[in-house]
Write a new protein. Structure first.
Ligand code: BES
Ligand code: MN
Ligand code: ZN
Length: 487
């Protein structure tokens, strides 16, 4: 999708020539200052009962009288919020994309001036979302939709804000698309090796320093916990480190750590067969870190960012870890593996120890970590944990601003009780209760040397059912969070 800003006043929309003029209407009454010809069409449609100013309603008119555009698409937001504006545009583009229009000109009318930048950002996301189609292993997928150009109609006074929002949105959209593509590719395509190659390529195109470590190097580092998960699989592991340097080396970096289980069978603690295919999405954390890295590298903020990904498969085999096995993590802490399906924490703990070397300003890990988080928060908000209130507030605010929300869960020490082991310093699982929290408590033991945040994205990184696929979340949240660290 190709995006641009086009100068236009909201009372002059009739003069805009485009295949389709999309007018997103805020609120539950026709906004003041709306172009008279557009208002006339809307009023007529409302009178006939074909259109109402209610969230989700859209109406397409062909060659409407008094307008230059070939089509007029009215989209009601119902309210005046950013989220409502986004949803209305998504509904309109959903209609348009399978028709004949190549270019759309979009106007948001009746929204507060403070929302100009965020609306422009969201327009880029919606445009990219409407036209993304997975085809890597599906040659029969329909041809790309005709809709390929989106002009954001912007009053002169708002140009600067709209430009900034559009640039951020385009970068985030590219990051989301990359994350979705990585996560949607099946386990036999999106292997740890493949993830390493994706980051190498990103490094070349965006001038990043990239290191991809293999098993030998990981052994040298003493990552006994990560290695133990990988040992059941014939697919070689990768430990990926990429550095974006936008500030002097003396400035402490933001570090993102992603869970990159390219397939989670559960290992010897095998998962049930139904829906097991969805565990190809168990590298959603890694995918979102890669997507965020791309977005940040494109926007070039003044900060340092390190992206770290632990990638391997979790498979049963004669060499796989068994319930009861005890392994020694890079931190020196021993871990009793009571359930081989709690493998995400076993690879992340070593990554969390590894990143101490960067003397980070803050570390945020991202993982499709627990089914318990899906039960708690569903697919709306990611689970969020933070070592301090300020960090929690920053992550929350980033999620709200990006419309990629999260919700803080607690880290009381009482939740750690169940992780006690008679045979090791810590067990890798506690009981069923509070499963997302006990997983976070496990990770916290390895993240004591810096400010630390943790996102459990098991419910938000992908969708099941008919629309099965990766969402690209939480690239939006993470990009906003990282950009907030620029000086
Ligand atoms: N990758 C899964 C978590 C998951 C479950 C993500 C459902 C998305 C949807 C993780 O490795 C896992 O298997 N966790 C176990 C932990 C349990 C054994 C303590 C779980 O949640 O069942
Ligand atoms: Mn698992
Ligand atoms: Zn997993």
């Amino acid at each position: 999708m190709d995006f641009k800003i086009q100068a236009a006043e909201m009372d002059g929309l009739a003069a805009v020539s485009a295949d389709a003029l999309v007018v997103v209407l805020a609120g539950d009454a026709l906004p003041k200052g709306l172009d008279a010809a557009v208002a006339k069409q809307a009023q007529a449609a409302m009178k006939l009962g074909d259109f109402a100013l209610k969230a989700g309603q859209t109406l397409t008119l062909l060659q409407p009288e008094g307008l230059k555009a070939q089509r007029l698409v009215l989209a009601a937001a119902g309210r005046t919020t950013l989220a409502a504006g986004k949803a209305a545009l998504a509904a309109a583009l959903g209609q348009l994309k399978s028709r004949g229009a190549v270019s759309a000109a979009v106007a948001f009318v009746g929204f507060a001036a403070e929302l100009v930048e965020s609306l422009a950002e969201q327009a880029a996301l919606v445009g990219a979302e409407a036209t993304y189609l997975y085809r890597h292993t599906k040659p029969s997928a329909p041809a790309a939709p005709k809709l390929a150009k989106l002009a954001l109609l912007t009053p002169k006074a708002d140009t600067k804000a709209a430009r900034a929002g559009l640039a951020r949105g385009e970068a985030i959209a590219a990051g989301i698309t990359l994350a979705r593509e990585c996560a949607n590719r099946p386990g036999n395509h999106a292997t740890p090796t493949y993830l390493g190659e994706v980051v190498q390529t990103l490094g070349k195109t965006h001038g990043l320093k990239v290191e991809v470590l293999d098993k030998k190097a990981v052994e040298k580092l003493g990552m006994g916990s990560f290695l133990s998960v990988a040992q059941g699989s014939d697919e070689p592991l990768r430990f990926i480190v990429a550095r974006y340097e936008g500030a002097p080396k003396t400035q402490a970096p933001v570090v993102l750590v992603g869970k990159g289980i390219t397939f989670d069978s559960g290992g010897i603690s095998l998962k049930p067969g139904a829906g097991m295919d969805e565990m190809k999405f168990d590298m959603g954390g890694a995918a979102s870190v890669i997507g965020t890295l791309r977005a940040v590298a494109e926007l070039k903020p003044k900060l340092n960012l390190v992206a770290v990904i632990a990638a391997c498969e979790n498979m049963p085999s004669g060499r796989a870890i068994k319930p009861g096995d005890v392994v020694t993590s890079m931190s020196g802490q021993t871990i009793e593996i009571l359930n081989t399906d709690a493998e995400g924490r076993l690879i992340l703990c070593d990554a969390l120890t590894y990143v101490e070397r960067f003397k980070p300003a803050v570390v945020v890990d991202v993982a499709t970590l627990t089914g318990a988080c899906v039960i708690a928060l569903g697919g709306v908000r990611s689970g969020m944990y933070a070592s301090d209130d300020e960090l929690a507030a920053e992550l929350s605010a980033a999620g709200e601003a990006a419309l990629d929300p999260c919700w803080r869960l607690p880290l009381d020490d009482e939740y750690e009780e169940g992780l006690k082991s008679n045979f090791a310093d810590v067990a890798n699982v506690a009981g069923r209760e509070g499963g997302s929290i006990t997983a976070a408590k496990f990770l916290q033991r390895f993240a004591g040397k810096y400010r630390w945040g943790h996102l459990d994205i098991a419910g938000t990184a992908w969708k099941g059912g008919g629309a099965k696929g990766s969402t690209g979340r939480p690239v939006g949240l993470l990009t906003h969070f990282v950009l907030g660290k620029a000086r």
